[in-house]
Design a binder for this molecule. Structure first.
Ligand SMILES: Nc1ncnc2c1ncn2[C@@H]1O[C@H](COP(=O)(O)OP(=O)(O)O)[C@@H](O)[C@H]1O
Ligand SMILES: CC(C)(COP(=O)(O)O)[C@@H](O)C(=O)NCCC(=O)O
Ligand SMILES: [K+]
Length: 260
């Protein structure tokens, strides 16, 4: 058995992969190596040379079946001695207080596992995973996943504007760019609308979740490709943890009864 395990987060934009040291006993383990590739037509080859020779066991959370199949096929073809396992909600060390836990995205649940490992146990947490979609979710003071909200991500909203109009082009909202609110041309107006509607949406959801929880102030935790754009715009303090989902997967692997 190798001293590392692999964690894989298959989202709708990216496949994020991390290697974890099995001896990492921190509440939220951090990957020693990470690699990301596009979910659509992923290319794992740049990474293959960096993997140890010994067989690795991979735990996967996926919300994109084609991306998951591409990873599993690559593994079978190039690393036939490795094992892979797609985690199920029931395998997570997490109470899931919704009627249909099997329907919740495993990335949302793995992020909740990660959040539970780092939050103040006296406070609930609000988790914003700003990826293809922006999910804003809650774990209670007791650590249970309560659900949340799902919003189109900025890139998705930009594609929708371009795809469903005649005159609007497809634009990107670049990292580090804080648009002028009053856009003086089409592109500037789109940039403003995409950015501030995402900012405002997340802010409103944080406020409403906080009011509904009606207890100690929630801790706010950001993750995902657009976290760096959104977190600085919030009126509340937050932390951004890039490896929240992968770390949650590593915790699940650590808690699993059978050695993986
Ligand atoms: N280099 C990049 N490639 C693709 N998307 C990026 C990049 N940098 C930031 N993003 C933003 O991050 C989002 C995807 O985040 P990610 O966490 O990879 O998503 P998912 O978990 O859905 O796969 C995109 O919607 C886009 O706005
Ligand atoms: C909400 C999501 C699309 C987010 O996916 P992502 O942005 O990480 O690619 C994904 O978690 C999903 O498909 N969830 C299933 C439905 C649910 O969570 O209720
Ligand atoms: K997401």
């Amino acid at each position: 058995m190798s001293g590392v395990w692999g964690a894989v987060d298959v989202g709708n934009t990216s496949i994020h992969i991390g290697l974890f040291d099995r001896a990492d006993s921190r509440p939220l383990p951090a990957p020693t190596t990470t690699f990301s590739t596009a979910s659509r037509e992923p290319d794992f080859s740049p990474w293959a040379a960096r993997l140890p020779r010994e067989p690795i066991t991979w735990n996967i959370v996926s919300v994109n079946r084609a991306g998951q199949a591409a990873f599993e096929n690559w593994l079978t073809a190039t690393r036939p001695h490795d094992h892979h396992h797609a985690l199920d909600h029931a395998e997570l060390p997490l109470a899931i207080s919704v009627a249909a836990p099997e329907k919740v995205g495993m990335d949302r649940l793995a992020a909740a596992v990660g959040a539970n490992a780092i939050r103040d146990p006296q406070r609930p947490a609000i988790i914003i995973d700003a990826g293809s979609a922006i999910t804003v979710d809650v774990v209670s003071v007791a650590g249970a996943f309560l659900g949340g909200a799902i919003v189109p991500g900025m890139k998705m909203a930009a594609r929708a504007l371009a795809g469903q109009t005649d005159m609007l082009p497809e634009i990107t909202v670049d990292v580090g760019e804080v648009p002028t609110a009053i856009g003086a041309d089409t592109l500037a107006a789109m940039r403003s609308g995409l950015f501030y509607s995402a900012v405002g949406g997340v802010r409103e959801l944080i406020e409403r979740f906080t009011a509904q929880l009606n207890g100690p102030a929630p801790q706010v935790i950001f993750a995902g490709g657009d976290a760096a754009k959104l977190a600085p715009q919030m009126p509340v303090a937050s932390v951004t943890i890039d490896h929240l989902v992968l770390g949650g997967v590593a915790i699940a692997a650590r808690h699993a009864k059978a050695p993986r």
